[in-house]
Design a protein around this ligand. Structure first.
Ligand code: NI
Length: 166
């Protein structure tokens, strides 16, 4: 799978619910995890690879890779925490983003089994970041406008340098 970068319209669109969790979805889930690992990311959502479906993968340290299909965030903690985030679709750019510390999520896995998960810390962080991708939201949308503008400028600078280097 090819990761789309900032500038792609698809990153700004809402993903659609998956109707059948079949063998195709199983294969997509495997490829999502593989692409996430290759990119050394801790999460990757369908829209980031041009797949406008409600699916994402998350793999944080000391945990197994997890697939979330048609997720619903049931609860989030009142308490917010700041943590530095990056995104495989916006390489080279990092910023501290404030988000709920913990959450409860319901979803289906790649085998079609429903599950509910309570998460905190980095796992909750990754889930919220990936869930945003299903809504067409990027992490810097959660920052003040001036900060966002600066980040976009930085990203463009990094990209143009990479293109010069080939
Ligand atoms: Ni991302």
């Amino acid at each position: 799978m090819e990761i789309l970068f900032l500038g792609s319209e698809l990153l700004r669109q809402k993903a659609e619910r998956i109707k059948d969790i079949d063998t195709d979805i199983k294969k997509i889930a495997e490829e999502l995890i593989e692409t996430m690992h290759n990119g050394k990311g801790i999460g990757l959502a369908g829209p980031q690879v041009g797949l406008m479906k409600r699916i994402f993968a998350v793999h944080v340290d000391k945990d197994v890779p997890r697939i979330f299909i048609n997720p619903s965030i049931i609860e989030t903690s009142q308490e917010l925490v700041k943590y530095e985030e990056g995104c495989l679709s916006i390489p080279g750019v990092w910023a501290e983003v404030s988000r709920p510390k913990a959450l409860k999520i319901q979803a289906w896995n790649e085998k079609g089994r429903p599950f509910t998960l309570e998460a905190a810390g980095i796992l909750a962080r990754a889930i919220l970041h990936e869930y945003d991708h299903l809504e067409g939201t990027l992490f810097f949308d959660r920052l003040p406008e001036l900060k966002r503008t600066k980040l976009i400028a930085k990203f463009e600078k990094v990209r143009s340098k990479q293109q010069v280097q080939g």
